[in-house]
Design a protein around this ligand. Structure first.
Ligand code: ADP
Ligand code: MG
Length: 634
């Protein structure tokens, strides 16, 4: 029973938390009733002991009741009181004390004698997210009991266990504690990269900066280096901008707590707006009694304020790269060098991805590109990537979510046409409805800017032999082959209405097509005809599918071999060269004759693959030499 319920994925962040699930093949994030996906990680404890407030309503209490309004509690999770630096607790606004067992705890003061543990606070946030998920998925309260929760890669056992305990306090079985950078890499689809690929994850959030370097081994990400600053993030930019505004607008000094909070909130709003517009107005109506203040801030001015903070991430990146062995030269002065591009010295990083709300700032993107000598991948929303990855991991753990009631069945398979004219079944024949299923697709060709989704019905292997029920075109930003992530979801409701949803996950663009009746109501005679045909043609159909798949493979292989020969053919023995040439000729000849059994083409591909093994090894070696050479020369 509980197997059919999803496991939820949670990003338990320092400043924001989110929850998601995989719903019929799609990772989705769940919003509250106001449409917000980000829940401020703040809990307010009421003096009368009634249920604590969480999220936005709690955050609003901060100015007036700082001692019982707990934010950034992640900093305290699983820490001993005596290992905290004064800096760790200085600007929290509430009192941190030692629990009887020496752990960091919160004293809400004001006649409230109890201590609150960081786990308790986190459990309130987790509970709010769980409630939100149940509401969004229209499940009975208490039905969701399993979760994946993310933590920073540098969290030690104590901090991980505390996170797990927080989950348990919220009534959740924590199926996995997942590293945040790993979750982000999953959301960016990087688990599809080649073995041993390396990914740098640059995470600049509200209060922390983390740089992690991951390596894909046996399909699983290993964290091979981390570095960062637990006291550096968007909050610092808010404060720096607030200081600048205070001077520029000549605000009263000192500010009271409410004024300080208002100014900070306005600074933050201005900062976030400046990520997309060139200039904003900051206005503080009736800020000081009847007095109002207002001024303009340009992006340039903000960048001058922000640059020193963002520049501080550079040394952390280089340190992590050095620890991971991705710096070709170890130059001790490197760490202080500000203006020199260091791109040529970095090797072996296949992708740089951005995580955390503060990486929406254009200057951050620019500095990251400078540090790594390449443009970062920005195809996901940076403040949602971790949660999306947690949802994907949760989806992997529980298998595909499928909710089926016994009502009626699909008489014929439903699917879409994929590359090469093949039928890709999404809901098989004889599936009980209502039913929902989906799959992720990617672009087969570089710079493809759209995908045509042809909705098909039938049992034949080739798209052209099935019936077309409708089509949708989905546009997405062009990129290299395999970079797009398009989810296609089919759902048939109890009335037999098929809704096809195609979504570009990068831009969250949706196209929806509704098909009435025909998915379920097909004339019996036509169904029989279709099935009989599919049986009659089973052998030829299967041969054509295998042939098409093999042809696509050959078409990829042949030009790749040509290119490799041109680059490194000189290093081969005459025998090796001859073997490759004859294997390639065999593939070419078979390609020219589609009438032959498809297995032969498949085997010819395999032989060509085998024959080029040495060639591939030489290419890799040369690439390495080149990379090292470039590094030393710089
Ligand atoms: P955390 O992981 O620390 O909980 P997030 O990844 O949610 O944090 O990042 C929160 C930070 O991102 C805040 O400082 C917020 O102001 C900042 N932020 C969010 N959106 C933008 C934006 N458009 N431009 C600049 N900063 C932003
Ligand atoms: Mg985060």
């Amino acid at each position: 029973m509980s197997d059919s319920l999803p496991i939820i994925g949670i990003d338990l962040g320092t400043t924001h938390s989110l929850v998601g699930v995989v719903d019929a093949g799609f990772p989705i994030l769940l919003a509250d009733s106001g449409g917000d996906r980000l829940l401020p990680s703040v809990v307010h404890y009421q003096p009368d002991g009634s249920a604590p407030l969480t999220g936005q309503p709690a955050a609003r209490m901060r100015a007036r009741h700082p001692s019982r309004t707990i934010g950034s509690v992640k900093r305290l999770m699983g820490r001993r009181f005596d290992e905290l630096a004064p800096d760790d607790t200085a600007d929290l606004g509430y009192r941190v004390v030692a629990s009887p067992s020496g752990r960091a705890a919160i004293d809400p003061g004001a006649g409230d004698n109890r201590q609150i543990s960081p786990e308790e606070v986190s459990s309130e946030i987790l509970r709010a997210l769980k409630d939100r998920a149940e509401e969004a998925l229209e499940l009975a309260p208490g039905s969701l009991t399993r979760a994946v929760i993310t933590v920073p890669a540098y969290f030690n056992d104590g901090q991980r266990n505390a996170t797990k305990r927080a989950g348990e306090l919220a009534g959740l079985t924590v199926e996995r504690i997942l590293n945040e950078p790993t979750a982000a890499a999953l959301a960016y689809g990087l688990d599809k990269l080649d073995e041993r690929s390396r990914v740098a994850v640059y995470d600049l959030g509200g209060g922390t900066f983390d740089l992690s370097i991951l390596e894909l081994r046996d399909g699983v990400f290993q964290v091979i280096a981390t570095d960062g600053d637990t006291r550096l993030g968007g909050d610092d930019l808010d404060a720096a901008l607030a200081d600048w505004l205070r001077e520029k607008m000549d605000l009263p000094d000192p500010l009271d707590a409410i004024q300080q909070t208002t100014l900070l909130a306005e600074s933050r709003r201005a900062k976030e707006a400046l990520s997309t517009v060139a200039s904003v107005t900051v206005s503080l109506p009736f800020f000081d009694g009847p007095r109002s203040y207002s001024t303009e801030v340009s992006r340039e001015e903000f960048e001058a304020i922000a640059r020193p903070w963002i520049d501080r991430t550079r040394a952390h990146c280089l340190r992590a790269l050095g620890a991971a062995g991705c710096l070709a030269v170890s130059d001790p002065t490197l760490f202080d060098r500000r203006s020199n591009p260091v791109s040529s010295e970095i090797t072996g990083i296949d992708r740089v991805i951005l995580v955390g709300g503060s990486t929406r700032i254009p200057l951050v993107r620019q500095i990251v590109a400078e540090i790594f000598g390449r443009e970062p991948d920005v195809s996901q929303h940076p403040d949602e990537a971790v949660a999306l990855g947690a949802a994907i991991q949760a989806g992997i753990l529980c298998g595909r979510v499928r909710q089926v009631l016994l009502l009626d069945v699909t008489p014929l398979s439903l699917g879409i046409e994929t590359f090469g004219g093949l039928m890709n079944v999404i809901i098989p024949r004889n599936t009980t409805i209502p039913a929902k299923a989906g799959e992720m697709f990617t672009n087969a060709i570089a710079d493809q800017a759209s995908m045509l989704v042809r909705v098909l019905q039938g049992e034949r292997e080739m798209a052209r032999d099935n019936w077309e029920l409708g089509r949708i075109t989905l546009d997405f930003p062009p990129g290299p082959k395999g970079s797009a992530r398009v989810g296609v979801q089919f759902s048939i409701d109890a009335d037999g209405i098929l809704t096809v949803l195609a979504r570009d996950t990068a831009t969250q663009t949706d196209r929806v097509l509704e098909i009435r009746d025909s998915a379920v109501d097909v004339d019996d005679a036509r169904v029989e005809e279709m099935i009989a045909e599919s049986v009659d043609h089973a052998f030829a159909d299967m041969n054509e599918r295998v042939w098409t798949e093999a042809r696509l493979k050959s078409e990829e292989l042949l030009p790749a071999v040509e290119l490799a020969l041109a680059q490194a053919g000189d290093a081969l023995t005459p025998e090796e060269m001859a073997a490759i040439k004859s294997a390639a000729t065999a593939v070419r000849e078979l390609l020219a004759d589609p009438g032959l059994p498809a297995q032969r083409l498949r085997m010819a591909n395999q032989s060509l693959d085998d024959a080029t093994e040495t060639l591939a090894a030489i290419l890799v070696e040369r690439a390495l030499e080149r990379a090292l050479g470039a590094g030393l020369g710089a």
